[in-house]
Design a protein around this ligand. Structure first.
Ligand SMILES: [Zn+2]
Length: 216
């Protein structure tokens, strides 16, 4: 079996989004890009019992080249992102409740916490609505992500994050969800204060350098 480590990381990330209740049932999906192929979660399987061998490997055209199951229905969305963003090596898509509330209201999640600035670095915008699994949804998300964003809300659907690995993308999901939750709590108390653009930029750059030093 090829790509054992990558299969393991995709599988563990999928199990974690289920256990952390970022998705219900078999919704949500996780992928990684390695050597011009994509390792992605299978469609409609119970995440609680998923194992690395269940992951599906598809080529750039979305054809299965290794695996026993059909790939996630969001395969066109994941592939479109990797094609447009060579810096992205991991993608996580969840239906977590607080972020999804913003997606339903079609309102961006603001940068109100230092951790949002550090790990995501921008307001999380909303991609226009399109049916799940459609090429149209892929097109909207790719356009909204642009060349530098890490997280996008899918209108009336959920959240998608991209990063250098599935684990890094998962961290962005947790932070987006927490930011959405705290925004809603703060609004119960009074008005929210959004961090200034220059502070967001500075915090993001500092955190990026810190991470690079640590990896060396
Ligand atoms: Zn979804």
């Amino acid at each position: 079996m090829r790509y054992v480590e990558v299969r393991r990381e995709v599988c563990m990330t999928a199990r974690e989004i289920y256990e952390a209740r970022l998705v219900a049932g078999t919704w949500g999906n996780v992928s990684a890009w390695v050597d011009d192929v994509m390792v992605i979660t299978p469609s409609g399987m119970d995440y609680g019992t998923l194992s690395p061998e269940d992951m599906v490997i598809v080529n750039g055209e979305g054809e299965v080249i290794e695996g026993f199951f059909a790939p996630s229905v969001e395969t066109p969305l994941h592939l479109a992102i990797y094609k447009n963003r060579p810096d992205v090596k991991g993608i996580v898509h969840v239906h977590s409740p607080y972020a999804t509330a913003f997606a339903v209201a079609r309102r961006p999640i603001p940068v109100i916490l230092e951790e949002t600035a550090q790990a995501i670095g921008h307001e999380i915008p909303v991609a226009p609505y399109a049916h799940c699994g459609s090429e149209e949804l892929a097109h909207h998300v790719v356009r909204t992500l642009g060349q530098d964003k890490k997280a996008v809300l899918l209108a009336n659907h959920g959240l998608i994050t991209v990063d250098v690995s599935p684990s890094a993308a998962l961290r962005a999901c947790y932070i987006a969800e927490r930011t959405a939750m705290i925004t809603l709590f703060a609004e119960q108390i009074g008005s929210i204060n959004i961090l200034a653009d220059e502070d967001v930029k500075c915090l993001y750059e500092k955190f990026k350098n810190y991470g690079q030093k640590k990896d060396r």
